[in-house]
Design a protein around this ligand. Sequence first.
Ligand SMILES: NC(=O)C1=CN([C@@H]2O[C@H](COP(=O)(O)OP(=O)(O)OC[C@H]3O[C@@H](n4cnc5c(N)ncnc54)[C@H](O)[C@@H]3O)[C@@H](O)[C@H]2O)[C@@H](O)CC1
Ligand SMILES: [K+]
Length: 494
Amino acid sequence: MPPELVLTPREMRQADAWTIESGLPGIELMRRAGHAVARAAAEMLTKEARVIVAAGPGQNGGDGFVVATRLAGMGHRVSLGLLGEVGRLAGDAALAAKDWKGAVEPVESLPFAEADLIVDALFGTGLARDLGGAARVAVERMNASGIPVLAVDLPSGLDGETGRVRGLAVKARRTVTFAARKPCHVLMPGRAFCGEVEVADIGIPRVTLEATGGRLFANAPPLWLDRLPKPGLDFHKYDRGHTLVVSGGATRTGAARLAARAALRIGSGLVTVASPPEALGVNAAHLTAIMLRGCDGPEGLHQILQDARLNALVLGPALGAHSGTRAMVAVAAHARRSLVLDADALTSFEGLATELHQVFRHAPAVLTPHDGEFRRLFKGHPDILDPESKIERAHRAAAYTGAVVVLKGPDTVIAAPDGRAAINENGTPYLGTAGSGDTLCGIVAGLMAQGLPAFEAACAGVWIHAEAGASFGPGLIAEDLAELIPGVLRTLLR
Ligand SMILES: NC(=O)C1=CN([C@@H]2O[C@H](COP(=O)(O)OP(=O)(O)OC[C@H]3O[C@@H](n4cnc5c(N)ncnc54)[C@H](O)[C@@H]3O)[C@@H](O)[C@H]2O)[C@@H](O)CC1
Ligand SMILES: [K+]
């Protein structure tokens, strides 16, 4: 199965246009789209149910006319209300409206609360500004009715590209979109408005979708499963990489051990904790399969990295946000090992992101900030912080630093400097627990130690981490996560 593509509204419009140019008329695309929605509606309805279609002034409204015509033909009692005037409908929407033999009411007079199902065809990917006036009132009334809503393409009021709510948005039970999901179906808060999302095939070939988009994916196993390491019979532990995790001081050692254990569980052949001299005792008391070495500051790290077998490195958790940590990042970047930077390794560069400009372009590196760390790191870089799209922010940070950027959250975005990006959606709020991020670092580094490229390691790591958390649910603590990895791997590698 190929990885699932996600297309921006602009890419989707291009794919529509190319498909139409290649000989499939736009009205045919619209009919297929409307019929797919009508099929979904029929599944939600009993015979002769009452359906209210709210149609907007653009092509999303056109889809609404097709749905209304189809459902009426199936014997349902259908009312259609239009935002605007029929005479002002253009293009395929005007053609679709001609097929509708029922009345066209003003959207203002639709009795939503009397319906068994509401079909929301007000706006799709063409929403251009915040909802106001009659559009806003219609959405307010739809939401207040408590009647299930089936959204055409996307719930009206969502920005297709960013998943942002433009003033107000329809809360849908189910959404039928066409050819591919758009970012609003995957990113928060949009995802929470869509209900169950179905992608209907309306005849736009995958090659066309790949040609216009092709760089944004839903993060799931098809994106990286074939890269996941499976040790061969003749494999030696030294073939599976050696991950080094740098520990904080005597009272701040737990984060490194969490990362180290996760690296070991994900399959890194060897894992070593590099510990400041004063913390060797406490680390030694808690480590068994994981090795331990003394490491005194940046110079100590430099010495340790003379050993070329140490091929992946975690730096950041509990190191302290100070110049010593920055110096360690410099040593690590110079040593050109696969690198995962988190927490203090990022925060120590608060307002100093220029020092990281293109620093990571020579070796695989992954930065794993949450929103707060991201804002601190790129303070003074409005070009990176200001885009409304989370995908765009992550992209720009990746292009700037030369590293893969994992911008964490309920909709973690993983962006590579080469322009690829993936959105993750299998997480659980229970992952928001102390030490969860340290575990993620260890998983990603452990995958890189085994030879996965940075983008695939980050995508696989984020997904496996989330899957492990979701499989446990309530009561999850970070210590559980590494122990849940084997179960996730077993299912993946079956
Ligand atoms: N041939 C195609 O391109 C296809 C398009 N399809 C449908 O077409 C939709 C996109 O159509 P459009 O580009 O016409 O966009 P929309 O139908 O989403 O909306 C655009 C219309 O809404 C108006 N508008 C935008 N923001 C507004 C606001 N805040 N308040 C009031 N009016 C506002 C615009 O002036 C324009 O008339 C897709 O979402 C999909 O449902 C499908 O039929 C599949 C094929
Ligand atoms: K809609």
